[in-house]
Write a new protein. Structure first.
Length: 200
């Protein structure tokens, strides 16, 4: 009987000792600071993810993201159409310099891209052209549904002509840029800079 009581006492003492040692929730790894509980947090987060159902929603605080994590805005990738600095446009330009030289080219602006194709004359720039046609002043001139009253000086600038047709943000465009007066000279040199070649 004494042996049984002694054996039960040892089993009870062993059980209590094991229970006291096994309840240590803090996890440490070699080389880590015992006061640093990031490993325990990471294990807890992994357990939380494993417990999620397919229709559970996980909310991530932006402050928890690393500072050097690139975003779509930082890299320019994965931007939605129209998400960049340019309007959405597909324009066809016919240019005639008045001395027998002419060119036909196309401008495509897709929010974050700007490209020219065709017989592109020297001095035009797709990025500058897309920015130019996106201004309020250029949009008003290109929109046939808007009448713009301007007082223009009667100053002939030259025989250059450019006709612009196509679509600008769902608006059908049919416009002529010329240099037959002060307004046209300004349109050519400033308003539509990049879209038409500079005058030599």
């Amino acid at each position: 009987m004494r042996r049984i009581l002694t054996l039960l006492s040892l089993v009870l003492a062993f059980t209590l000792l094991t229970a006291a040692c096994g309840d240590d929730d803090e996890t440490t790894t070699a080389g880590s600071d015992p006061g640093d509980d990031t490993t325990a947090d990471a294990d807890a987060d992994a357990d939380d993810v494993d417990d999620l159902d397919d229709d559970d929603t996980v909310v991530v605080d932006a402050d928890d993201l690393p500072d050097d994590e690139p975003t779509a805005d930082d890299t320019g990738n994965d931007l939605p159409i129209g998400g960049g600095p340019y309007p959405i446009a597909d324009l066809f330009i016919f240019y005639f310099d008045g001395a027998g030289n002419q060119a036909e080219y196309r401008l495509a602006c897709l929010g974050d891209t700007a490209t020219f194709t065709g017989e592109v004359p020297d001095g035009v720039d797709a990025a500058a052209a897309c920015l130019a046609i996106g201004t309020d002043e250029a949009r008003m001139l290109l929109d046939p549904n808007i009448t713009v009253d301007r007082v223009c000086t009667e100053l002939f600038g030259g025989p250059e002509i450019a006709t612009v047709g196509g679509i600008l943000d769902d608006v059908e465009v049919d416009f002529e840029i010329n240099r037959i007066n002060g307004c046209g000279i300004d349109d050519w040199a400033r308003v539509f800079a990049g879209l038409v070649p500079p005058v030599a």
